[in-house]
Ligand binder design. Structure first.
Ligand SMILES: [Mg+2]
Length: 229
């Protein structure tokens, strides 16, 4: 069963705040009465000498909290890799079986009830390995999401990261619109404001800023917003 609206969340790189944006979006949608579900096809993370996860809750736990679900339903335990590297590389480093993009897509079981927004959070950046045979671009092709949310930092270097990511996504998104999230945006920060202005005025990029623009992001998700790239 496919959600009414399938949203794929990707990033210009790692640590740009994909999970934070995804969790905020899920919580806001839930608060407005939407039935939501989140999936993290595979996740990897750092552990200490005792095998305990370090760096706060895993992505699956945070997405589960925001969507009111069981973390094991967000990311199957066998797709959780305790090694801080791209999931297929972590599997290899841990001598665990390799897996393909098709494996990950076939494991995406959505709840039986009607889900109005289903969200898939990918790992790393758009060209980061997701499986032994492909990256986020391959996952976008296989899933055909209704909307792609590209999360980016707001500061120095983000124009490059966003333009490279959009150039890579262009051939694979088909008619799926893309919305860019300028995350950790600070209106008082000169570079942040100039980055936003440059992206919107020079490249006509559909862009929302977070945390302030959560309402704009909800609008894109629920009213088929975003734009072709
Ligand atoms: Mg994450």
């Amino acid at each position: 069963m496919r959600p009414e609206r399938l949203v794929l969340v990707c990033g210009t790189g790692t640590e740009v705040g994909k999970t934070w944006v995804a969790a905020g979006l899920l919580a806001e949608l839930r608060g407005r009465g939407h039935l939501v579900a989140a999936r993290k096809p595979a996740q990897s993370y750092d552990v200490n000498a005792h095998g305990m996860h370090v760096g706060g809750p895993t992505d699956a736990v945070r997405l589960a909290e925001a969507s009111g679900a069981d973390p094991d339903h967000v990311c199957p335990p066998r797709r959780c890799y305790p090694r801080a590297m791209a999931p297929p590389m972590a599997a290899e480093a841990l001598s665990l079986p390799s897996f393909t993009l098709a494996d990950l897509v076939s494991e995406l079981h959505w709840p039986d009830h009607e889900v109005s927004v289903g969200l898939v959070e990918t790992a790393g950046g758009v060209c980061s390995p997701q499986a032994c045979d492909g990256d986020v671009l391959g996952m976008v092709e296989l899933l055909g999401p209704d909307l792609v949310v590209l999360v980016a930092d707001a500061g120095l270097g983000t124009i490059n990261g966003i333009r490279l990511s959009l150039a890579a996504l262009g051939p694979v998104v088909g008619r799926s619109p893309v919305v860019v999230v300028l995350n950790r945006f600070d209106e008082a920060h000169d570079i942040h404001r100039r980055n936003r202005q440059w992206l919107v005025e020079r490249f006509a990029i559909d862009l929302v800023t977070m945390p302030g623009g959560i309402g704009d992001l909800v609008e894109r998700v629920t009213h088929r917003g975003g734009q072709a790239v």
